[in-house]
Write a protein that binds this ligand. Structure first.
Ligand code: HEC
Length: 476
């Protein structure tokens, strides 16, 4: 069944994607198992499948019989997926009254920005309504066909023109768990807005599948910000978070809370009419579940991305969560990480209870960062070549425009940046392989690695001259 939905493309070589990297859910009542399936690989549907076919079962929910493994039904949320819109997010089982009849349904809020209510008996789409603002890849869903009504400009590989998508690849909702409160009937979604530019690959560098590097088949030159102060500021302003209390019955947002940065923690809701959530800006919050009134906001020194949990011991209730910045977003975000970039990364388990007396230990002291860029090396052509290579090979761990995040070194202030040989010993020779920085010698030539260095020098100078405060290197 899947094979007929794939065209001619490099999926035969790459595998095509479709990893099931998050929740697999068992439905006890119906004896069914639900999988949320991931995005296509490479992302570019033009390269992956020649621009043809829906590519089942990418970006779908698939139900199977747990005893036999036999296929039962599927619903594909994003046919012919090309924006990294996974459908791996948590699947919540609920019962919902529709036209006076109780239906067994599942709730799903995947990366693509729509909240899905799906019939658990046969996978029929009941509703698909936006849970965030500004979605521009599709205007909604046709409930008779179950398919999105797409914006043709969104298929960049067909138009040949770049497209800035909302949501972007990091999703309107990523892996941070959402929670459902049967008492309020609301689902609490850690939502976000992280726009992203998609472009057709302009060079073989982006098209080719390599052993190292980010093999997604899109052009990375526009993936990074251009030399324009206003664009940098706009990127920070456009990257935000929101706690959304969504009502699946009405298909509307009941209440919401805006946060200044994306990548906030998962949510947890209790029978005591509470919703708990930590933020990437380092606050642990509690709200009333029905109205969204803030009841608690505790500074936690570091970001929070985990979902809290709760338990009772001897009649006393505890709330536990992990702090630390963590995850793909802070690594890749660059300036769009906003205020969260400056927070230290402190991995810590925090447990709260009513009347708890302990306070956090003082913050560890960090060395001051000396930001003294080397003189510019390399011609504009070499810098441009370095930018494309950086986007393809380095950005995912060292940040858009080489703006660091506090986990991996900020390359703009690296001790090896001024020196061709020292730079090459790490980037080609793998001198820091033991610490997670593999050598790219098997794939990049000395000249290419030197062009990346020219580009990073350029970033160090430009960001310091133009936006010194907004882009200041973060101590590790
Ligand atoms: C998978 C993640 C990852 C990728 C991709 C990556 N790096 Fe790194 N890089 C790291 C980590 C982790 C370190 C820090 C190792 C340590 O703690 O010493 C590092 C360190 C470095 C350093 C040393 C900086 C210093 O001051 O110690 C340089 C230079 C560097 N990387 C350049 C690059 C370049 C250039 C690319 C792309 C060709 C790249 N890295 C791709 C993870 C990555």
């Amino acid at each position: 069944a899947a094979n007929a939905t794939w065209g001619e493309g490099n999926w035969r070589e790459s595998g095509g994607g479709g990893t099931v990297w998050d929740s697999i859910v068992y439905d006890e009542g119906l004896n069914q198992l639900y999988f949320g399936v991931g995005n296509g690989n490479p992302w570019n549907h033009g390269l992956r499948s020649g621009g043809e076919g829906d590519n089942l079962f990418l970006s779908s929910i698939v139900a199977v019989n747990p005893d036999t493994g036999k296929y039962l039904w599927h619903y594909q949320e994003t046919p012919a997926e090309t924006w990294d819109y996974t459908a791996t997010q948590h699947i919540i089982q609920a019962e919902l009254e529709i036209d006076g009849k109780m239906r067994k349904v599942l709730y799903h809020a995947p990366k693509n920005g729509f909240f899905f209510v799906i019939d658990r008996l046969d996978g029929t789409l009941i509703s698909a309504e936006p849970f965030v603002d500004g979605i521009n890849w599709a205007e909604g869903y046709d409930l008779t066909t179950g398919r999105p009504i797409e914006n043709p400009d969104a298929r960049f590989y067909k138009t040949g023109k770049p497209f800035i998508a909302i949501p972007g690849a990091l999703g309107a909702h990523n892996w941070h768990p959402m929670s459902y409160n049967p008492k309020t009937g609301l689902v609490y979604i850690p939502a976000q807005q992280i726009p992203q530019g998609y472009d057709v690959p302009v060079s073989d560098i982006d098209k080719k599948r390599e052993r190292l590097g980010f093999n997604v088949g899109i052009g990375w030159a526009i993936g990074q910000l251009p030399d324009d102060k206003d664009v940098y500021k706009a990127a920070v302003a456009a990257t935000t978070g929101r706690l959304v209390a969504f009502n699946p019955k009405t298909g509307k947002v009941e209440w919401s809370v805006d946060y200044p940065a994306a990548w906030n923690g998962g949510t947890m809701t209790t029978a005591g009419n509470l919703v708990f959530q930590g933020t990437s800006t380092g606050l642990f919050k509690a709200y009333s579940a029905d109205k969204g009134i803030e009841l608690l906001s505790l500074p936690m020194q570091s970001g929070i991305v985990s979902a809290p949990s709760t338990y009772m011991i001897g009649g006393e209730q505890y709330v536990a969560f992990l702090t630390s910045k963590g995850g793909a977003f802070p690594l890749v975000a660059g300036v769009a990480g906003g205020v969260t970039r400056q927070l230290p990364n402190i991995p810590r388990l925090v447990v709260l209870k009513l009347g708890g007396k302990t306070s956090l230990p003082p913050l560890p002291k960090k060395d001051e960062v000396i930001w003294d860029p080397p003189v510019q090396s390399g011609t504009p052509e070499k810098i441009a070549a370095g930018k494309a290579l950086f986007g393809r090979n380095c950005m995912v761990c060292h940040g858009d425009s080489a703006i660091g995040n506090g986990f991996t070194p900020d390359l703009r202030v690296s001790g090896v940046l001024p020196d061709t040989e020292a730079w090459a010993s790490v980037v080609i020779g793998g001198a820091l392989k033991h610490a997670g920085m593999v050598g790219f010698g098997s794939q990049l030539k000395a000249e290419q690695v030197e062009n990346i260095r020219h580009y990073v020098v350029n970033r160090s100078i430009w960001t310091k001259e133009n936006l010194p405060e907004m882009t200041a290197p973060t101590p590790r």
